[in-house]
Design a protein around this ligand. Structure first.
Ligand code: SAM
Length: 292
């Protein structure tokens, strides 16, 4: 079934477990089409098959960031890494190409400077960053203009392998850990690892986790030990329409809890993304919710 919905090329970098979960969830959400499709023995020529295929592809685009045409195959990844190891003038160009091959970083590429400056303005300069459900965001490392220690985590081992090699090519003190962030054991493992990290990025990550397992993102969010947590969501759909606010009740509840514990909450919109910066109070507990 998976190989009928996506061809081999498209499936290449998507972790199977993740794909299966999306297909399972989509079955529940689109039961009517699925049942008709089942009756037609998953006939590839049927109207329902085309409809179902569209639904899955859309989900993959928003939850995984798959950008079919521009996915980097193994050969391209190797070629890019070779160039990056050589410290040529090409470096910037290659990093941009990599960032543009993933939907989320492609959309963020013109805003990285603004986003990172804003974070520094509110939190000060980070020293150790944990980037969870990171996609290709670690390739934006140089936009920080800082000498950072970096931990990148995602469900995709193939992407993390690429990131680890990028860290090595640039002598970045970086590490990668793969796992499913909806899984509580993995959540505990990652929390232990980032105990002494000051900053945690959860860019366009929580919707994916919540879709795969309801409640998992709140559990994770409330456990994160870093003093600065930056969460982002798309503020526009892929077609540019505004995303309706207020859908994420679970997130508002988590924010309320953080706020009642004295965390500052800063909200800002840059490009097609809305950011929530949660800052732990140092000494005096304040109950501020700031719009910055
Ligand atoms: C929309 S992309 C965002 C990527 C990146 N944070 C960014 O904004 O550039 C969602 C990312 O979450 C990862 N992901 C999805 N489900 C996950 C899970 N259960 N555990 C860990 N990572 C997951 C995907 O592999 C993908 O890289």
């Amino acid at each position: 079934m998976n190989s009928k919905i996506l061809d081999k090329k498209e499936l290449r970098n998507i972790p199977e477990e993740f794909l299966n979960k999306i297909i399972e969830e989509s079955k529940k959400e689109n039961q009517e089409i699925y049942l008709k499709l089942e009756k037609k023995d998953f006939n590839e020529k049927s109207k329902e098959f085309k409809e179902y295929k569209k639904v899955i592809r859309k989900k993959l685009r928003t939850l995984y960031g798959v950008f079919q045409n521009q996915q980097l195959n193994e050969t391209k990844r190797k070629k890019y890494l070779e160039i990056l190891r050589k410290e040529t003038k090409e470096e910037k160009n290659i990093l941009e190409k990599i960032l543009k091959s993933h939907l989320s970083t492609k959309e963020r590429i013109t805003y990285f400077n603004r986003v990172y400056s804003k974070i520094i303005e509110i939190c000060g300069k980070p020293k150790k960053i944990a980037d969870l459900a990171c996609g290709f965001n670690p390739f934006s490392y140089f936009y920080w203009n800082l000498n950072l220690e970096y931990l990148a985590s995602d469900i995709s081992e193939i992407d993390l392998d690429f990131i680890q090699k990028f860290f090595a090519s640039q002598n970045i003190k970086g590490n990668t850990t793969s796992g499913d962030l909806t899984n509580e054991n993995f959540q505990s493992k990652i929390i232990k690892k980032i105990r002494d990290y000051d900053t945690c990025l959860l860019f366009k990550a929580l919707d994916s986790l919540e879709y795969l397992k309801k409640g998992s993102s709140t559990k994770l969010l409330l456990k994160i030990p870093c003093k600065n947590i930056i969460i982002s969501f798309p503020s526009k759909t892929i077609s540019g329409k505004n995303v309706i606010k207020g859908k994420r009740h679970w997130f508002l509840e988590a924010l309320k809890q953080k706020n009642s514990e004295g965390w500052e909450i800063h909200e800002f919109e840059i490009g097609p993304e809305i950011y929530y910066l949660l800052k732990k109070p140092q000494t005096v507990l304040s109950n501020n919710s700031k719009k910055t």
